[in-house]
Ligand binder design. Structure first.
Ligand SMILES: NC(=O)C1=CN([C@@H]2O[C@H](COP(=O)(O)OP(=O)(O)OC[C@H]3O[C@@H](n4cnc5c(N)ncnc54)[C@H](O)[C@@H]3O)[C@@H](O)[C@H]2O)[C@@H](O)CC1
Ligand SMILES: [K+]
Length: 488
């Protein structure tokens, strides 16, 4: 599903008005009506609509009029600007609302907010240009403190519609009604937490399926990119995943089961010490003094590699595989600091899977900045590392160096357990071995892993779920996705 930035939405708005000749007031009417319908579904008795100075406020004026028309007994507009000072479509919308008998007052700082069952936030939309400060910030905090249920128009005021960053402070909504397309900032954390449930209102603006837009990964898209299993398929069709076993062999085994459960034909382990107690299906190849083979040798016939899980200090001589191996590879955990794109001439594509702390270390940013600006962090690292980056955490972001972005909607606190990252690395490795494009493998892997975590948590409780339970629920996750008709 397409996610748009403010600039992209503004371009779509302009095209609708200038090329299609749809008057702005018509779009505003449809936008305000859509918001009113969402609010009306709760049958509130008292609604306060907060209207800013721009078109987001114009949508608010229309919503207020529709709410009164639908039957809400008490609708009040609290406006930041005297209606006489409004311009363009917003001025027109306010005039129509006032002529229809909508009561309004101009908001005065410090004055107590009226009681209501629902607040509608039409303060700022895609035109917000600076952080909230002063009286406006105080108003937003007062709304958050007093509103029992808040509906945001297009984007919660204070959330950057393009990035999801909180600019100063922001409205905490239960529902956000996005016009024409979901705003990217309502999909990524922390913006998604302020937006609550997101509904997209069709206001007659067509949104093309263009490659420059970010996407929210859907099960239909995952179903489309997973490789088909035809009757003539054999284990060679689905590739070998090579995994280097480090000091903590459990991490490699979790990655291996993740790879096998995501459809890889074989799992090959490069094992430096004693033979492991591993699933019967895994192939173990020794890496010790008696066997003069390097890690690169023993994994040479694999179609994809998983490097890093559980390596510990056993890394120095493996940096060459991280930087030179010609196969596509997932670079996780202890292998992350070894990746040097400049040293990687001849290296296959790389998928880096940092959690926020690892991302902060790689970027040299404070950890708080990575979490506050997750989209910028993932994009910056993808460009610097010339690799696909999976920035883990709530609403994992997948960023490619060419600018592609996917936001993942699955996953919950069931995944907050040791080893779940190893499983993810394995799942992505398994999809790479089956020939998926690295960006697609990363996004589909993150989706399936998150869904498996949710399914495990539902059965076993989030608290009791372990990483091996996530692996065991991968089949159910794949089955759920494959029931979808393939699509976007
Ligand atoms: N054709 C269109 O452009 C449509 C726009 N629509 C609505 O219009 C919105 C965009 O409208 P606008 O571009 O007028 O912008 P906004 O209504 O988001 O805000 C612009 C106004 O807010 C002020 N402002 C910006 N940041 C501020 C801050 N931090 N503190 C205080 N004031 C600040 C600006 O000076 C300007 O007066 C969309 O989000 C959507 O809700 C919809 O009606 C559909 C059609
Ligand atoms: K808003």
């Amino acid at each position: 599903m397409v996610l748009v930035t403010s600039e992209q939405m503004q371009a779509l708005d302009r095209r609708a008005m200038e090329v299609q000749r749809i008057p702005g007031l018509v779009l505003m009417e449809l936008a305000g009506k859509a918001v009113a319908e969402v609010v009306w579904a709760r049958r509130p008795r008292r609604v306060v609509v907060l209207c800013g100075k721009g078109n987001n406020g114009g949508d608010g004026w229309v919503a207020a009029r529709w709410l009164a028309h639908l039957g809400v007994p008490q609708v009040r507009v609290l406006t930041l600007a005297d209606p006489a000072d409004l311009r363009g479509d917003a001025a027109q919308a306010a005039r129509i609302a006032m002529a229809s008998g909508i009561a309004y007052e101009v908001w005065q700082p410090g004055v107590r907010l009226p009681d209501a069952d629902v607040y509608v936030d039409g303060l700022l939309g895609t035109g917000a240009s600076r952080p909230l400060a002063g009286d406006l910030a105080a108003l937003v905090e007062a709304v958050n403190a007093c509103s029992p249920w808040t509906v945001a128009i297009d984007v919660p005021s204070g959330i950057d519609a393009s990035t999801g960053e909180v600019r100063g402070t922001a409205v905490r909504a239960q529902v956000t009604v996005c016009m024409a397309a979901q705003k990217l900032g309502t999909a990524v954390w922390p913006g998604c937490e302020y937006a609550g449930e997101v509904r997209v209102a069709d206001i007659g603006i067509s949104v093309p399926d263009a490659p420059e837009y970010a996407r929210l990964t859907t099960p239909a898209w995952v179903a489309r990119v997973l490789p088909p299993r035809t009757p003539a398929s054999h284990k060679g069709t689905f590739g070998k995943v090579g995994i280097a076993v480090g000091e903590m062999a459990g991490a490699a085994l979790l990655a291996g089961t993740g790879a096998a459960r995501s459809g890889a034909g074989y799992v090959v382990l490069g094992v430096p010490g004693e033979r492991l107690v591993a699933p019967y299906e895994f192939i173990q190849r020794p890496l010790c003094a008696d066997h003069p083979h390097t890690l690169a040798d023993v994994l040479a016939d694999c179609q994809a590699l998983v490097l890093g899980p559980g390596w510990g200090r056993r890394t120095a001589d493996w940096a060459v595989v991280v930087n030179r191996a010609p196969q596509p590879a997932v670079i996780d955990a202890d292998a992350l600091p070894l990746w040097q794109p400049a040293a990687g001439a001849g290296a296959g594509p790389r998928v880096l899977t940092p959690h926020p702390k690892e991302c902060a270390r790689l970027l040299g940013w404070p950890m708080a900045d990575v979490q506050a600006r997750r989209l910028a962090a993932a994009q910056t690292l993808a460009r610097a590392a010339q690799a696909v980056v999976v920035l883990k955490g709530y609403r994992t972001i997948v960023a490619a160096p060419d600018g592609r972005i996917r936001v993942n909607p699955t996953g919950d606190a069931s995944l907050a357990t040791a080893g779940s990252g190893d499983v993810l690395a394995g799942v992505i490795g398994g999809l790479l071995a089956q020939g998926l494009d690295p960006f697609d493998a990363a996004a589909a892997g993150v989706y399936l892993h998150g869904l498996a975590g949710e399914l495990a948590g539902r059965r076993l409780t989030m608290a009791a779920t372990m990483a091996s339970d996530v692996v065991q629920h991968l089949p159910q996750a794949i089955a759920a996705v494959c029931q979808q008709p393939p699509g976007e």
